[in-house]
Design a protein around this ligand. Structure first.
Ligand SMILES: O=C(O)C1=C[C@@H](OP(=O)(O)O)[C@@H](O)[C@H](O)C1
Ligand SMILES: C=C(OP(=O)(O)O)C(=O)O
Length: 423
């Protein structure tokens, strides 16, 4: 699909989409629990749908009942010998150790951007836990054969926190007494979210400074009723849209959430946007914006909305953590540089830093998402202040995390023209 956004002021009220990070974790915990879990405000993005299908194939019964998802499970008991995690990095890295709890051999696959993302971590770690594993040179598909045994283990957390999320969730089911020691953990708040979710489902982990995670006694996941919180990662685009082009009120955002991407508030404040935070509602209004500095190492998904913000800020914005972007849905440092370059915004990449030269004027252009949802959304937000229309190719990439995104822009008064393309 091609989407064209016409420059426009924004104004209105939107309810944040459900967090895919929270939803996917809840689906995994529901699979590991015995009984019926009820998920309210469920996410239905492609990553969430993939998680639901994986849970089904690993033995859970998944039903959509009105606005809820009901997951009935008796633990991991695979129906099939293959699961497909779609394009979800979290999905594959979380469900692989969980699938390895079964004794039967399982093939783990995905598609699109996921087939090029690194999985060599599993080959280093899973054999130490009694799991046989084969990959294609550190990439998909993975062939595994458990059962995984929870043992004391030391892992490297520098590439992604998602592998640790998977190990923590799986250990929660089978650990008697064991500890996971992590070196150089990145994206720490995502682990806080994992631990929070596990505790809600009845499994406690003793966290020693995000360096050692202790399981002190056997525990069992319990089926619960759970409401998915609003997504700071998706809402960041709406809040930036308001800061650069008008005013918006976004509901269902918890400022006390464990989600890393609530750091967008700090960036907006530094840039000079007018902010009225409530407990579950954020109002942001346009103001004179200036360049800012931010360390986004632990909230890597914020780079795209931060760049859309920085493009509108007078001066050079400096953002740390760009080396964390190489293995996302696209190599995001480079794709942001290329696509914002087409709109006349210069971005320099230097080691772990990104420099965005803002306030120089955004030009109308045709850009490409690189099949990366956050690149499509960042370009759409940049379009609001462009000198002419911005056309986004492969704009349907947003479905990975935020299928409601263009509808939400329309709710804020933006004209969005959609053209379906046949290939
Ligand atoms: O656990 C999660 O829900 C996620 C963790 C982050 O990945 P890394 O840990 O690889 O930074 C983030 O980029 C991803 O979109 C979602
Ligand atoms: C990187 C992302 O997700 P994942 O790693 O789960 O595919 C993202 O949502 O931006």
């Amino acid at each position: 699909m091609q989407v064209t956004i016409l420059p426009a002021p924004v104004s209105g009220t939107v309810t944040a989409n459900p967090s895919k990070s929270a939803m996917q974790r809840a689906v995994a915990a529901a699979l590991l629990a015995k009984g019926k879990t009820i998920i309210r405000n469920p996410g239905l993005s492609n990553d969430c749908l993939a998680a639901l299908e994986v849970a089904e194939n690993l033995g859970a019964m998944v039903k959509r009942v009105d606005e809820e998802i009901h997951i009935t499970s008796n633990g991991v008991k695979p129906f099939y010998d293959e699961i497909n995690c779609g394009e979800s990095g979290l999905g594959i890295r979380m469900f692989t150790p969980i699938a390895a709890l079964a004794e039967t051999p399982i093939i783990i696959n995905g598609h699109g951007s996921l087939v090029t993302r690194p999985m060599h971590f599993f080959e280093e770690v899973l054999p130490q836990l009694g799991v046989e594993i084969k990959s294609q040179d550190g990439k998909l598909p993975l062939e595994i054969k458990g059962p995984l045994q929870a043992k004391n283990i030391t892992i490297d957390g520098s590439l992604s926190s998602q592998f640790l999320t998977g190990l923590l969730m799986a250990f929660g089911s089978v650990a008697d007494k064991a500890a996971i020691t992590v070196k150089d953990l990145k994206s720490k708040p995502y682990i806080a979210l994992t631990l929070q979710l596990m505790e809600l489902f009845g499994v406690k982990v003793r966290n020693e400074n995000f360096e050692v995670f202790h399981f002190d006694a056997p525990q069992q996941y319990k089926a619960v009723e759970y409401t998915v919180e609003g997504d700071w990662s998706g809402a960041a685009f709406l809040l930036v849209a308001a800061a650069v082009a008008g005013k918006a009120e976004v509901h269902h955002l918890n400022t006390q959430s464990a989600q890393s991407d609530k750091v967008i508030m700090e960036a907006l404040e530094k840039a000079g946007a007018e902010i009225l935070p409530g407990v579950y509602t954020i109002i942001v209004q346009k103001n004179g914006l200036k360049a800012f500095e931010l360390d986004a190492t632990d909230c890597p998904d914020l780079f795209p909305p931060l760049v859309a913000l920085a493009a509108n800020c007078g001066g050079v914005t400096k953002i740390k953590g760009v080396s964390r972007l190489a293995h996302k849905e696209s190599d995001r440092g480079i794709t942001l540089q290329q696509e914002f370059g087409k709109m006349g915004i210069k971005i320099d990449l230097d080691g772990d830093y990104m420099y965005v030269h803002g306030g120089t004027g955004i030009k109308g252009a045709t850009v490409h998402s690189h099949n990366d949802h956050r690149i499509a959304m960042a370009c759409a937000v940049a379009a609001l202040n462009a000198s002419g229309a911005v056309t986004i190719e492969n704009a349907e990439a947003i479905n990975k995390s935020y299928p409601e995104f263009y509808d939400h822009l329309e709710l804020l008064g933006v004209a969005v023209q959609r053209v379906e393309q046949t290939v």
